[in-house]
Design a protein around this ligand. Structure first.
Ligand SMILES: NC(=O)c1ccc[n+]([C@@H]2O[C@H](COP(=O)([O-])OP(=O)(O)OC[C@H]3O[C@@H](n4cnc5c(N)ncnc54)[C@H](O)[C@@H]3O)[C@@H](O)[C@H]2O)c1
Ligand SMILES: [Zn+2]
Ligand SMILES: [Zn+2]
Length: 372
């Protein structure tokens, strides 16, 4: 069928909204009419070229929800009219990682940035009007008015789910909340630093708060971000890591933070090193932010790593299992314990996507959201 969507022709480049063809769903696939999509910083990494992809043109977006419009043959579990949220990481349910409670590391992730189907590098579901294949971000592309996806990327949710905000569960909420709760293993009474308060970092603040941290120190150069952090659970908010480290020491007999979660927009080795110097002996730095994927090296003192048993830990989707954790976090929202409405600070039309990313760079949003 005909659709429209935001596509990168090359990188570096910008998202252009254009007419496209999207295929009917095959076995194991559904076609979804999109309702809303968050504007995650990771799609900006595609545009800058920091995260190169396997196919251009490439349709962006990986944080969304919509309504099932058609279901492939012999594809149980979904029906037209169902509401679904996408997980930016697919889960096959059968690989070693899925079978051991690490769906975020599912083997289907290997071809996530290729743009084709996970199991077939030659097979695409979206095309330009002249037939040229178009890659799909994370196999989903939530910047499309209609998208055909594998059921491995979809989580069915209740009919009364407000997709306009619940779409954030597809990336930023699970990523941030899980970076504190799962990856950082924040404990009651802990002192935690969250470095970078965007869509991801604000959810790390919420996660640290749920886990019972006593001191949650948010760091961001933008005053609006610091205010938002304080309104959603941060006990302190400062504009630099040196001050955050001093505050952490003041609560820990001079030892340092138990956990530092790094969620800045463009990751650099030096930023991880700042977090490393802010934690206590045997503390943990959780690295969630992404940057130039080819960059190598974190300038940390090796002696401190060994002698103080400090840990540096990567986090994909905050160590979440999307099949279980997306419904769990939705339940917390429904119970009033997890804030989502407050995070979607500005809504945009698909045609205004460039403005959405401009506003992200200007620090105006916690999360910009496209409403289709
Ligand atoms: N690991 C994962 O699974 C995963 C998933 C989604 C996004 N990400 C990555 O997480 C990062 C954050 O994404 P986002 O959508 O929240 O971005 P964002 O742009 O909304 O937020 C980033 C925040 O970092 C702040 N910042 C920039 N430099 C800083 C510094 N030196 N110290 C403190 N704060 C600083 C900015 O002011 C901004 O508020 C991105 O790199 C994104 O690609 C990772
Ligand atoms: Zn994301
Ligand atoms: Zn798997």
């Amino acid at each position: 069928m005909k659709t429209r969507g935001a596509v990168l022709r090359k990188a570096p480049g910008t998202f252009e909204v254009m007419n496209l063809d999207v295929d009917d769903p095959r076995q194991g696939e559904i076609r979804v009419k999109m309702v809303a999509s968050g504007l995650c910083h990771s799609d900006d990494h595609l545009a800058t070229g920091d995260m190169p992809v396997g196919t251009y043109p490439f349709a962006g977006g990986h944080e969304g929800g919509g309504i099932v419009e058609s279901v492939g043959p012999n594809t149980p579990g979904f029906a037209p009219g169902d509401k679904v949220l996408f997980s930016f990481l697919p889960a096959c349910g059968r690989c070693r990682w899925c079978a051991t409670g690490h769906q975020n590391l599912c083997d289907l992730g290997a071809t996530l940035l290729m743009g084709s189907r996970f199991d077939d590098p030659e097979s695409f579901r979206v095309h330009l009007e002249d037939g040229t294949p178009v890659g799909q971000m994370c196999g989903i592309s939530t910047f499309l008015e209609h998208t055909t996806v594998s059921v491995a990327s979809a989580v069915k949710v209740a009919d009364d789910t407000p997709l306009e905000v619940a779409c954030l569960l597809g990336c930023s909420v699970g990523t941030g909340w899980g970076s504190a709760v799962n990856s950082g293993e924040v404990r009651p009474g802990d002192t935690v630093i969250i470095q970078g308060v965007g869509g991801i970092g604000i959810n790390a603040v919420q996660g640290a708060s749920h886990a019972g941290a006593s001191n949650i120190i948010a760091v961001d150069p933008v005053p609006f971000k610091r205010e938002m952090a304080e309104s959603l659970g941060a006990t302190h908010a400062v504009d630099n890591m040196a001050d955050a480290a001093e505050i952490a020491k003041s609560f820990t007999n001079g030892q340092g933070a138990d956990v530092a979660v790094v969620t800045v927009g463009v990751m650099k080795g030096e930023i991880i090193a700042e977090a490393f110097s802010s934690i206590r002996k045997a503390g943990t730095v959780v690295v969630t932010g992404l940057g130039d994927l080819t960059e190598v090296g974190i300038p940390v003192p090796i002696g401190e790593l060994t002698l103080f048993e400090k840990k540096i830990k990567g986090a994909m989707f905050g160590g979440s299992n999307p099949t279980a954790d997306i419904p769990k976090l939705l339940g917390l929202y429904n119970a009033g314990q997890l804030k989502l409405d407050e995070l979607a600070t500005t809504t945009y039309s698909l045609d205004d996507i460039a403005k959405g990313y401009e506003d992200m760079h200007a620090g105006k949003n916690i999360r910009g959201v496209i409403h289709f």
